[in-house]
Design a protein around this ligand. Structure first.
Ligand code: UFG
Length: 328
């Protein structure tokens, strides 16, 4: 199939593209490069464009005879979404609608969508299954949940079939060490810990040590970005085979605390990584662990990099080779 990957130059998108390049599908990346890096796109056709540009979208669908879409382009910072909801609703919803409308116009009926664990909000349940109540605590989480609802309506009215993937904590890097996480500013735990180990940061703070968890720091379900990428391919191929729309969690089902992540990272880098105990970060739930039974059963998804040490080793390879990200 000719597959359009929006946000294909981003952290997760570039890993999806790399895995797609190893299949028989043709890849067209559509990215405005606001957050993404052209160097992260290891092949396929590249179109520099914004989802706000309906004409360019239209031309891209025609020119490359697009047959399916993997949609990752979005703003994704929880804190920023609370300060600037307009930006999030405009980009993640209004611009996303441009994409859906281009799909309907060009009779493209298959989409894999990048969703998030943030749709659940504060849940006490462990592990989290897809059918639990959704009560997002951020505008970012709401924008993703609303888009899932819109896709349901487009399915009902226009026959658009979707697979929505709710990522838990995407982490790690491609085994080759050629692509990896390069955000500016960086807010995610593992890259921050490794930047501290490389001496690129003065301070590493543990955000909160009084949570109701085994050591007081927050527990998360870290999932390797290549395992995430594989799930997109399974999703798009299931849709090609006629699958009905579905929503899946993507995590390993294991939780690690912030302190445990720092300890495993110290082991990987071979020296102690110093951290200070800091205040809670607003909006962080204590524990988020996924049940991914549904995608394992339906699509035979089988993560290869489940172990946290392996995840951090792959991230470390990327950070050591590219301390300044894609700039070097
Ligand atoms: N943390 C620290 N110190 C840091 C950075 C993070 O202690 O310097 C902690 C956070 O408080 C959190 C954990 O490390 O407890 C993981 O934080 P990340 O920022 O790496 O990831 P989040 O769990 O906050 O966010 C992820 C995704 C979001 C998504 C969210 C769903 O990155 O896109 O899960 O809740 F919205």
């Amino acid at each position: 199939m000719n597959i359009l990957v929006t946000g294909g130059a981003g952290y997760i998108g570039s890993h999806v593209v790399k895995e797609l390049l190893e299949t028989d599908h043709q890849v067209v990346v559509y990215d405005n490069l606001q957050k993404g890096h052209k160097e992260a796109v290891l092949g396929g056709v590249f179109v520099e464009g914004d989802l706000a540009d309906r004409e360019l979208l239209d031309r891209t669908f025609s020119k490359y005879d697009i047959e399916a879409v993997i949609h990752l382009a979005a703003d994704s910072l929880v804190g920023e979404s609370m300060e600037n909801p307009a930006k999030y609703y405009r980009n993640n919803l209004v611009n996303g609608l441009n994409l859906l409308d281009a799909m309907v116009k060009h009779n493209v009926k298959k989409i894999v969508f990048s969703s998030t664990a943030a749709v659940y909000g504060d849940v006490e349940e462990v592990p989290i299954t897809e059918d639990l109540p959704k009560d997002p605590t951020s505008v970012y989480g709401k924008s993703k949940l609303f888009f899932e609802e819109i896709m349901k309506d487009y399915d009902q009215a226009y026959g658009l079939k979707f697979v929505s993937l709710r990522y838990f904590n995407a982490s790690g890097a491609d085994e080759s060490g050629k692509i990896g996480e390069d955000h500016n500013p960086e807010s995610h735990l593992i890259p921050i810990v490794l930047q501290k180990a490389l001496g690129l940061r003065d301070k590493l703070a543990i955000f909160g040590t009084d949570y109701p968890t085994r050591d007081g720091s927050c527990v998360r379900d870290y999932i390797h970005v290549t395992d995430l990428a594989q799930a997109h391919i399974l999703g798009i191929e299931a849709l090609e085979a006629g699958k009905e729309s579905e929503i899946y969690n993507l995590g390993n089902g294991d939780g690690y605390s912030v302190k445990e992540v720092i300890n495993v990272a110290s082991e990987v880098v071979g020296k102690e990584i110093e951290a200070v105990e800091g205040d809670r970060r607003a909006g962080d739930p204590a524990t988020l662990i996924a049940s991914s039974d549904r995608i394992r059963e339906d699509l035979a998804w089988n993560p290869q990099y489940g172990d946290l040490k392996t995840i951090i080793e792959t991230a470390w390879k990327w950070h050591m080779n590219h301390p300044a990200g894609f700039k070097k």
